[in-house]
Design a protein around this ligand. Structure first.
Ligand SMILES: Nc1ncnc2c1ncn2[C@@H]1O[C@H](COP(=O)(O)OP(=O)(O)O)[C@@H](O)[C@H]1O
Ligand SMILES: [Mg+2]
Length: 277
């Protein structure tokens, strides 16, 4: 099964899309196959991976049942990274989707066969900056959520909004698998305030906060105009190194989780028992 990760934060400009395109590119460089789903009508992840948004090629026709899912999956500038692009129409789609039966499960329904076919190791969803129907669809379909967060003062309040939403989805039965994958601090500048914010977030969310902190760099802003992730556009920039470290940390944590899961699945006789002389 593919692992579906939503990159979400209801605030705009916190580094969601930058995280999506660079995380996807770094996973691909480590021989993982990735499908990015761009759920933001602004289509920044689409153009950021070198794909031009086109009317009729997005999740929208797939959700409405007028196109099959494989008709809207395209290649990107990165080998092993595919994308379901976004288009402007996706903004209007929220209203139409709202009229559908089980409208929060639309993405889940579409993704199920793709997940089972195991074509992609990871499916990464770039969420729009609002708590609307598209983001709810993403959270209903996801196995886990990564929350990018800017190192600024009011960020903490926003964080509790989304962590409570995750909890609500889990407790209501809408998505009982959903977990908080982690919190990624982004756009870090060495200032006392930024350090205080990081300390405070770690106090509240402990290990959920990645050790890797993504530094602020003008290179991050330049890369999208070339249709490239910054890890490809300027691989030695501080921000690219940050995303590379982040992908490593993510995979290391994944491995640790698998080890724990496998150990608890193992039959008792395989566990190391003390030998009695
Ligand atoms: N580490 C960074 N350093 C500097 N600028 C960044 C960094 N990450 C993102 N940006 C810029 O900040 C803006 C918002 O980032 P973006 O990833 O689009 O956020 P979101 O998807 O949450 O709205 C973009 O112009 C992006 O290029
Ligand atoms: Mg975005």
């Amino acid at each position: 099964m593919s692992h579906v990760i939503a990159i979400a934060n209801q605030k705009g400009g916190v580094g969601k899309t930058t995280t999506v395109v660079n995380f996807a590119a770094m996973l691909a460089s480590k021989k993982k196959t990735v499908l990015v789903i761009d759920l933001d009508p602004q289509a920044n992840a689409t153009s950021g991976l070198g794909v031009e948004p086109k009317d009729g090629i997005s999740l929208y026709p797939a959700l409405m049942g007028t196109k099959a899912i494989d008709e809207v999956i395209l290649g990107t500038v990165i080998e092993n990274v595919n994308i379901i692009p976004s288009e402007v129409n996706l903004a209007g789609a929220e209203i139409e989707i709202a009229r559908m039966e089980n409208h929060l499960q639309g993405l889940t329904r579409i993704l199920d066969p793709i997940k089972e076919a195991k074509i992609f190791d990871y499916i990464i969803v770039d969420c729009p900056p609002s708590l609307g129907i598209l983001m709810s669809n993403a959270l209903a379909a996801a196995d886990s959520v990564i929350i990018p967060m800017q190192c600024e003062y009011y960020a903490m309040e926003g964080l509790s909004v989304i962590t409570q939403l995750i909890e609500r989805l889990r407790n209501s039965g809408a998505n009982t698998r959903l977990t908080l994958e982690g919190i990624l601090m982004t756009m870090y500048n060495k200032t006392r305030l930024a350090d205080e914010v990081i300390t405070q977030v770690r106090e509240h969310y402990a290990d959920a906060v990645y050790e890797t902190v993504i530094p602020r760099s003008v290179r991050a802003g330049e890369a999208p105009s070339y249709g490239l992730p910054v890890v490809v556009y300027a691989p030695s920039s501080t921000v690219a190194v940050g995303y590379s470290e982040f992908a490593k940390e993510f995979l290391k944590r994944q491995k640790a989780k698998e080890t724990i899961a496998n150990a608890s699945d193992a039959p008792l006789e395989n566990s190391i028992a003390p030998t009695i002389a």
